[in-house]
Design a protein around this ligand. Sequence first.
Ligand code: NAD
Ligand code: WQD
Length: 341
Amino acid sequence: MSRILVTGGTGYIGSHTVVELMASGYDVTIVDNLSNSNIEVLNGIEAITGKRPDFENVDCLDFMNFNAVFDRFKDIVGVIHFAASKAVGESVLKPLMYYNNNIGSLVNLLTIMQQHGVNNLVFSSSCTVYGQPDEEHLPVDETAPRKTATSPYGNTKQINEDIICDQAHAVPELKATILRYFNPIGAHPTALIGELPNGVPNNLLPFVTQTAAGIREKLRVFGDDYNTPDGSCIRDYIYVVDLAKAHVQAINRMLTVQDRDRVEVFNLGTGRGLSVLEIIRHFESATGVKLNYEIVGRREGDIEQVWAKADKANNVLGWKADTPIDDVLRSAWKWQQRLEH
Ligand code: NAD
Ligand code: WQD
């Protein structure tokens, strides 16, 4: 069977994707430096799939050791590149760290892939490249213009997309699939893997589950005076397991379809926007847990509303994010409870 190399494969989205790849019969080698994940994730993956993926504790910035992984695993047919630093606020404080890690890792990877004749790349991009789409572009599709990035993190995603296009232009054998994720949430239904938030969470869902668990006193809802039906911000929250499955479809397509554009871009979202207050209501009804929250002022730099037009991924990848939001929120709550034991 074919082997897929997954950088960042012990991370949140990476670990769920490794599970789905293995369930589909792929062999997997993970490259991760454990800078934002835990080695015990491998136990969770093994418990779910019955098999332990190959793991290499290697930093993508370490060219020699990264290259050596491709020497050892001669059957790698494609790479999914998750490894990156991803905290927007931290990127504002430490821009060079973000440019160094997120750009250096990709440049090393593309160099090594070219040297080893590995020609299929799936890349983790983000809806952050769209910024706040103009009204006529909502829901946002892949043809909407990218907006000037508002953080170094967002800028690294735009630069990464451009680097991939330039390299595909120069290397005719290279095929790349750029996946723009909307807001990934939830955990595997077994609660054996999930998101490991570092310190005080910035993202909504970890904050919701930690508040429900009593770790945080209350959730602060950042603004109810936006131009949206209930005044709170709208996002496209996508279940991480649905998201993971899209990567398998992307790999399958690269390995089987010849007559495709060499760089393809897909939005990965549900196609439905939910407000912060709707998420709170769904969480309470799905779990039966009352959430302590208060409305506070807007968070600086927040996007008012963005959700995906996901038709291209639905039609071309044959994939749809269709897990009901209540199931997704229950999975997040189950994972939170597991984290405490
Ligand atoms: P994560 O932090 O959980 O996973 C990233 C993994 O990469 C971690 O295990 C980390 O240890 C590893 N890593 C980082 N730098 C590395 C390096 N130089 N060498 C080797 N390993 C390295 O993050 P995630 O939420 O799973 O995100 C995965 C990808 O998806 C990232 O590229 C992120 O920017 C992108 N993305 C995430 C979201 C989101 O909301 N989670 C949204 C859009 C895009
Ligand atoms: C969601 C909504 C907040 C916390 C970030 C990155 C973006 C992308 C996705 C990687 C917003 C509200 C949040 C809280 C709240 N990541 N909120 N109280 O802002 O869509 O984007 O993740 O590429 O680049 O910036 O996600 O989870 O931070 O916020 O009211 O305590 O929840 O205002 O409306 P966001 P988020």
